[in-house]
Design a protein around this ligand. Structure first.
Ligand code: FAD
Length: 265
């Protein structure tokens, strides 16, 4: 059996190791179950890579890799792409030119007390929140990609990613139902940030006490008062969220200067 070293971490920070491990898993494991990409799947993957290349607040080597992948996908005249060709590019031997994505899984803020808990799904949420927050902070980032001018766009791309690729099919179905019900109400990029936050809390609520819950990381309505006291209010004895404060909190929690490189090589 594998002996695991617990990595100490600060839950009020993000760790690049989680985000990069998530991207690694997405590109080299989750996507690998699709032998060829075509049609709506290919379009979804292209759009996902585009928003990631433009919005991921990562290290230069990783952003460059995403940009290279995006340019390659956009320039290909094919309507069908074998996964192996994508993998070749993702694994490219260009370390020397400073383009690479570390080939390993190293969970920090997404560590689970058992190997099958947390990890990838935790990192995917963090990646998604990071992308919606970056879109709100940098409104010009998607200009000339064909994905600009629509404040729902980032969420719609993430929704399609989940629909076509997320390994947890029951999760995908749940998420699609929530999107179908209310994603249309999103009119600004701030509302997109709050929509994802709210839906994530709906999922947390549904999963509280479930078998999939890590006893060390109980499902809570997030952010808890210890990390964002101003987010919580009491009106006539009932708890309510101060959404303006929540938005501000999300914009700083998921901003690049809250990402730590500890545990990243
Ligand atoms: P996660 O819920 O993965 O959260 C990761 C981190 O995000 C937390 O540690 C916290 O720092 C932060 N966070 C928590 N809540 C919020 C919030 N509201 N807004 C912003 N940041 C927050 N599992 C199922 O069993 N059934 C499902 O239907 C299901 N649907 C899913 C749908 C999607 C789109 C995704 C990505 C995952 C889904 N999962 C589902 C997996 C599940 O939500 C958790 O990811 C998994 O159980 C691991 O939980 P966790 O404790 O690491 O916390």
């Amino acid at each position: 059996t594998e002996t695991k070293v617990w990595r100490e971490f600060d839950k009020s920070r993000l760790y690049m190791a989680d985000l990069e491990s998530g991207l690694h898993f997405l590109l080299r494991v989750e996507l690998a179950t699709h032998k060829t990409l075509e049609g709506a799947e290919l379009k979804t993957f292209k759009d996902f890579v585009t928003i990631s290349a433009k919005l991921f607040p990562g290290r230069q080597s990783v952003v460059k890799l995403l940009e290279t992948l995006q340019e390659w996908l956009v320039s290909l005249p094919l309507d069908k792409i074998p996964y192996d060709a994508i993998l070749d590019l993702v694994n490219n031997k260009m370390r020397i030119s400073g383009i690479f994505l570390p080939k390993k899984v190293q969970w920090v803020g997404c560590q689970g007390s058992r190997a099958e808990l947390r990890g990838y799904s935790c990192s995917l949420w963090k990646l998604f929140h990071t992308l919606t927050v970056q879109a709100a902070l940098r409104p010009k980032a998607l200009i000339n990609t064909g994905l600009e001018d629509n404040p729902q766009m980032v969420l719609q791309v993430l929704r399609r990613y989940i629909q076509h690729f997320f390994g947890c099919r029951a999760c995908a179905q749940h998420f699609e139902e929530m999107a179908r019900e209310s994603l249309d109400s999103v009119k600004t990029s701030d509302q997109a940030v709050l929509w994802l936050w709210e839906k994530h809390n709906v999922v947390n609520n549904r999963l509280a006490g479930d078998l999939t819950e890590d006893p060390k990381f109980p499902k809570v309505q997030w952010p808890t008062p210890d990390i964002c006291p101003a987010c919580h209010e009491e009106i006539k004895g009932l708890h309510s969220w101060n959404e303006e404060q929540v938005l501000q909190f999300l914009k700083s929690h998921y901003n690049s200067d809250n990402i730590l490189l500890t545990y990243s090589e």
